[in-house]
Design a protein around this ligand. Structure first.
Ligand code: GLU
Length: 304
């Protein structure tokens, strides 16, 4: 067996600038990769085109650079990967695993479906055995099973979902013609040979869907570590929706120190005034994965 080469990634969506929450995910995945002699790739998750903000992708890359991140190889842009997603969908269709669905959002809501595990509604399977007469395909869904899909997260422990109950058959190609995040992320993680996914715990609940897809497509299963997400005083995840401020590249050292501490790494005060390269030198020497809090969310002491 060839030696396993660690390959990690950071996969921001360009729906706005990077904020402290995204920095934590970037720092966690970067240091986990580098501490294991691994590669670290950047992927721009711009598949959901209506949510892309003009200039945000370039701004994100410039911010990563100003913060001293060094990625391996060219950035992968999801907006240029439609052929690969289409091929994966075609394989699932040919295998009878994906099926066309005619349901509108309203019809799903009206069909008394159960709440899904991460918000929304579990798809009740209306079109599973064929489209109702006279209806046409709006979206393509993946058939899921009623057995358990489980994995052990390096930080959050074991997670078990019964996808049919907890999520329902989920969308691969949306009614607006766009490929769904679940399909794009799974195809790209395999394409880039990602061995280790380190990202925010807000994505924990969608991981069993990605594992299910990997199994359907015969892909390798990466290891996962879901970092605690930063929340505001109201317990909401820092995000564009909760108006988290954009990272300020002139404060890179101080922000990096703050992200390191958030991840349980006791970066000394003086580093906040040091050069970015000095912060990274400290971080690479002292990084301890075991010190990361094994929590899904941590409120920020200072409003982020
Ligand atoms: N693009 C996703 C986001 O910005 C992250 C996806 C991932 O890391 O798997 O939330």
């Amino acid at each position: 067996m060839p030696e396993r080469i660690y390959r990690g990634r950071f996969a921001p969506s360009p729906s706005g600038p990077l904020h402290f929450g995204s920095l934590v995910a970037a720092v966690g995945s970067y240091l986990d990769a580098r501490s294991q002699g691994g590669e670290w790739l950047v992927r721009m998750e711009d598949v959901d085109t209506p949510r892309n903000v003009p200039g945000a992708a370039e701004d994100i890359l410039a911010t990563l650079e100003a913060f001293g991140f060094e990625w391996d190889g060219p950035v992968l842009w999801q907006s240029r990967r439609h052929a690969a997603y289409g091929e994966a969908l075609a394989r699932l269709q040919a295998a009878g695993l994906a099926y066309g669905c005619a349901c509108s959002r309203k019809e799903i809501a009206d069909s008394a479906s159960r709440p899904a595990i991460d918000g929304g509604l579990a798809y009740p399977g209306t079109c599973r055995h064929g489209l109702p007469v006279g209806r046409s395909v709006r979206a393509w869904r993946l058939r899921v099973g009623d057995d358990e899909t489980a994995f052990t997260d390096r930080l959050q422990g074991r997670l078990v979902q019964q996808l049919e109950r907890d999520v329902g058959d989920f969308v691969l190609l949306r009614a607006d013609g766009l490929f769904a995040y679940q399909l794009a992320v799974t195809v790209d993680d395999e394409f880039q040979g990602i061995t280790d996914i380190v990202r925010g715990a807000d994505l924990l609940a969608s991981t069993p869907r990605q594992i299910w897809l990997q199994r359907c497509l015969g892909f390798a299963e990466p290891r996962y570590a879901h970092l605690p997400v930063a929340s505001n005083a109201a317990g909401e995840k820092l995000s564009k929706q909760t108006l988290a401020p954009a990272l300020d590249p002139t404060q890179a050292a101080a922000e990096l120190v703050r992200a390191l501490r958030f991840l349980g790494q006791p970066a000394p005060d003086a580093l906040a005034q040091a050069l970015v390269a000095e912060v990274w030198a400290w971080a690479r020497e002292h990084w301890r994965f075991a010190a990361i809090p094994r929590r899904a969310s941590i409120p920020l002491a200072i409003p982020g």
